[in-house]
Write a new protein. Structure first.
Length: 155
C-alpha cells in the first residue's frame, strides 16, 4: 500500500480544517489502523461500530466518539492530535469513505456484528493469546490485528 508521506508542517496547517470536519472517532480509526489498508481500517471501524450499536456502558455507550474515548479501549485516542492528524491524512480517502458510509447508514462492515474486540500484535512476536482474551472467541486475523468476540454475543 502506498501511504502519502507528509511533513509535520503540512499536518499542522491542515489540522484546523480537519478538526472542524472530521469526527474524533475517525482520527482514532486512522491512528489505530493507518498501515493496514482498507480491509484493516474497515475491520477496526467495524469493531467501533459494533460496540456503539450494542450500546454497552463499559464500552462507552452508543455513539462512536464515546466508544473510542472510553478509558483503556483504543490506545490511539490518547495520542497527541498532530500525530492523529498525520495518520488521518495518510489514509484520508479511505477513512472519509468509511465516515460517509456510517453517516448515511450504508456502512459496509467486513466483520459480523458480534465481533467487538481486536488486538494489534508485533509481527516479530508469536501469535499468542493475550490474558484479557481468555474468555473471548477468536474470529480471524486481518493484517496485523486479531479480532475477537464475546462468546455470549455469537448466536
Amino acid at each position: 500500500m502506498n501511504r502519502k508521506k507528509l511533513k509535520f508542517g503540512d499536518v499542522v496547517a491542515a489540522a484546523k480544517q480537519v478538526e472542524q470536519n472530521v469526527p474524533f472517532w475517525a482520527l482514532v480509526l486512522a491512528g489505530e489502523a493507518a498501515g493496514e489498508g482498507e480491509q484493516g481500517l474497515r475491520a477496526v471501524a467495524s469493531v467501533m461500530y459494533n460496540r456503539a450499536k450494542k450500546g454497552r456502558k463499559y464500552w462507552g455507550g452508543s455513539d462512536l466518539d464515546s466508544v473510542v474515548r472510553q478509558k483503556g479501549q483504543f490506545s490511539a485516542a490518547t495520542l497527541p492530535k498532530p500525530r492523529l492528524m498525520k495518520r488521518y491524512l495518510e489514509v484520508k480517502p479511505i477513512v472519509d469513505r468509511i465516515v460517509q458510509e456510517i453517516k448515511t447508514g450504508r456502512f459496509k462492515s467486513n466483520l459480523p456484528d458480534y465481533v467487538t474486540y481486536y488486538w494489534r500484535y508485533d509481527i516479530d512476536q508469536k501469535m499468542r493469546k493475550q490474558p484479557w482474551t481468555k474468555n473471548l472467541g477468536t474470529y480471524k486475523r486481518i493484517g496485523n490485528h486479531i479480532f475477537y468476540y464475546e462468546r455470549r454475543d455469537k448466536r
